[in-house]
Structures are given as C-alpha cells and as structure tokens.
Design a binder for this molecule. Sequence first.
Ligand code: AP5
Ligand code: MG
Ligand code: ZN
Length: 225
Amino acid sequence: MSRGPRLVVLGRQGAGKGTQAAMLAEHYGVSHLSTGDLFRAAARAGTPFGLEAQRYMDDGNLVPDDIVVGVVEERLLGDGDIERGFVLDGFPRTEPQARELERVLEAHPLDGVIELLVPTEVVLERMEGRRVCEQCGATYHVHSPPRENWTCDVCGGRVVQRDDDTEEAITRRLELYERETRPLTDFYRGRGLLVEVDGVGDPHDVFERVVKAVDRLDDWSQDSW
Ligand code: AP5
Ligand code: MG
Ligand code: ZN
C-alpha cells in the first residue's frame, strides 16, 4: 500500500496552519496532529497534564519542550502514523523539538516542511476573528462562520473564541515565534526540506498552492509500507 506524505506545517500564529493542515490530512488520507488542539482538549478534559499546559497557553507562553515531545512521540508511535504519513501543525516550534522529532522519526524522515508566509497585519485580523469548535478544534472565522448558529459543522460542538486570542497573549505568541520558531526555517532549509508558500488569499487558493508544493516533493508517493 502506498503511503501519504510526512509533513510539518510552519508559520506564525494565525498564518493558517490549522486550516491548511486539516485540508491536507483529508486530501492525503493521513492524520492531522496539532499540539495546540491536543493541549486544548486535555485542558477541557481537566486532566492534570491539560491544566498544566493551559497555564502556559493562556499567557501565550510555550509549553516546555519535554512535555510537548512526550505527547507527540506517544501519538506518532502509538497510531502507526510514522509509516502511513502525517501532517504536524504547531510542532516542532523550537530547535530542540526539531532535533527530538528527527530522533523519533529515525528511519522515516520528513518529506517536507511547508512554511506559510503571511504578513503580521493579516495574521492579527485573522486571529481577532477566529472562532474554534471546543469539541473537535475545527476552525472558523466571523467572516466564515459555521452554517448554524455557532454550532460546529463537523461535530455539532459549541464554536467559541480561544482563551489565548487576547491582545496580550497574541503579542507574546508572535514575539516568541520570532525568537524560538523562526530559526527553524534555516534549520529545515539546511536539510533541503523547506518550501515557502504564499499564505495570503482565499483558503482554497492557498490550499492549491500547498498541494502543488507537496506533490513536487521527492517521490514519497512511490514508497510503500
Ligand atoms: P496553537 O494552537 O498551535 O496556536 P498558534 O501557534 O498560536 O497558531 P494558531 O492556531 O493561532 O494559528 P494557525 O496558523 O493554526 O491559524 P488558523 O488556521 O487557526 O498553539 C497554542 C498554544 O499551545 C501555544 O501558544 C503554546 O502555548 C502551546 N503549544 C502548542 N504547540 C506547542 C509546541 N510545539 N511547543 C510548545 N508549546 C506549544 O487560522 C487563523 C484564522 O484565520 C482562523 O479564523 C481561520 O479561519 C482564518 N484563516 C485561515 N486561513 C485563511 C485565509 N487563507 N484567508 C482568510 N482567513 C483565513
Ligand atoms: Mg492552529
Ligand atoms: Zn467540532
């Protein structure tokens, strides 16, 4: 059986990682793994781990590397995603996380890293208007709401504003992105994996660009597992 691609989607907060990663996962029939969604689900479930993660998230800080790596490793190894392919969204976001990911993937390295390029003024507008499903994490915007009365089209959950979409937390997250995550572009460029894609425009137009970029990556579709 042929496999799907092993991808990382990079981009600053509000760049559309979640939006594009969900479409990519569906298109290629692989899992969409968003660390932010995993943490928000654990926080909602009230697990000790979730409540700890929430303290970092609400202030716009990064959750410590060892916690994040543990969660991602468990998911990737547990579900057979490494062999089938996956789309990582929001991970890695520090260089130590990127090195840990290489360790976890071992003999099944990434096929590509898609960086969504979107200017700051655009991401600010997107985050101000963002609304998410508190059950499944599906993403909406005040200009593209669910069909019925802020009820999720996918699962029927309540669609609300995220706790960290406040002005202070957004500023903090964008600062941290420049400091901690920006260096990953050079890290992946150095490995020949980085592909920059213009993230401005209608989500479906952006998606077309992203799929073209993924389909041009080296022959992942020839592999079987
Ligand atoms: P996370 O949930 O990953 O949040 P983030 O990085 O702040 O990124 P966003 O989800 O804000 O943006 P996005 O790029 O997904 O944009 P979206 O598609 O929603 O992380 C949250 C927190 O968890 C972190 O701050 C940290 O505390 C912790 N965490 C997570 N991972 C971690 C890690 N690896 N290490 C340490 N800590 C970690 O789009 C935004 C809006 O724009 C939406 O409303 C959408 O509908 C709209 N939109 C999308 N595309 C378009 C378009 N083309 N045109 C118009 N509107 C669009
Ligand atoms: Mg997201
Ligand atoms: Zn939902």
